[in-house]
Design a protein around this ligand. Structure first.
Ligand code: GTP
Ligand code: MG
Length: 136
C-alpha cells in the first residue's frame, strides 16, 4: 500500500472543518491514519515543501497564508491513497472543483483551498521526509 502527506490548511482549521475533512478520508475503505499533528509551519519547512513554486506570482501570498495559523499534518496509508486523496480534494481552483469534493464543497478562493495532498509517489516520499522524518 501507499502513504501520502496531507495538510489541512489554516483556513480549514480556522473554519472548524478538520473533523469533516478527516472524516471523509477516514471513511474510505481500508485507509488508516499513520500520523496526525496540529502544528505551525516555519519558513524553512514551507520553503522545502513548496519550493517548486518559488518565483511564481502566487508564491509569497501562499507562504503568508500557510503561516497564518496552525495546520493539521497527517499521513494517510492505504490502497492508492496518493491518487485517492487528490480525488477527494478536487482540483486546485475550488470553483472548478465538483460538488462532493472537499474543495468543491467548501472552497471559493484558489489560495484558500483547504487541503494539500501529495501529487505523486515521488512527491509523497519527499514530503513525508520533510514533515515526519521519523516515520520513513
Ligand atoms: P497543493 O496540494 O497545495 O500543492 O495544491 P495543488 O497541488 O492542487 O496546486 P499547486 O501545487 O499547483 O499549487 C500549490 C498551492 O498554491 C495551491 O493549492 C494554491 O493554494 C496555490 N496556487 C496554485 N496556483 C495558484 C494560482 O494560480 N493563484 C493563486 N492565488 N494561488 C495558487
Ligand atoms: Mg501541489
Amino acid at each position: 500500500s501507499q502513504r501520502t502527506l496531507v495538510l489541512l490548511k489554516p483556513d480549514a482549521v480556522r473554519r472548524g472543518l478538520v473533523g469533516e475533512i478527516i472524516g471523509r478520508i477516514e471513511r474510505k475503505a481500508g485507509w488508516t491514519l499513520a500520523a496526525l499533528e496540529l502544528r505551525e509551519l516555519d519558513q524553512e519547512t514551507l520553503e522545502l515543501h513548496y519550493g517548486e513554486h518559488k518565483g511564481k506570482p502566487f508564491y509569497e501570498p501562499l507562504m503568508g497564508f500557510m503561516s497564518s495559523g496552525p495546520v493539521v499534518a497527517l499521513v494517510v496509508e492505504g490502497e492508492r491513497v496518493i491518487e485517492g486523496v487528490r480525488q477527494l480534494a478536487g482540483p486546485t481552483d475550488p470553483i472548478a472543483a465538483a460538488p462532493g469534493s472537499i474543495r468543491g464543497d467548501f472552497g471559493t478562493i484558489v489560495r484558500e483551498n483547504l487541503i494539500h495532498a501529495s501529487d505523486s509517489e515521488e512527491s509523497a516520499l519527499r514530503e513525508l521526509k520533510i514533515f515526519f522524518p521519523g516515520l520513513v
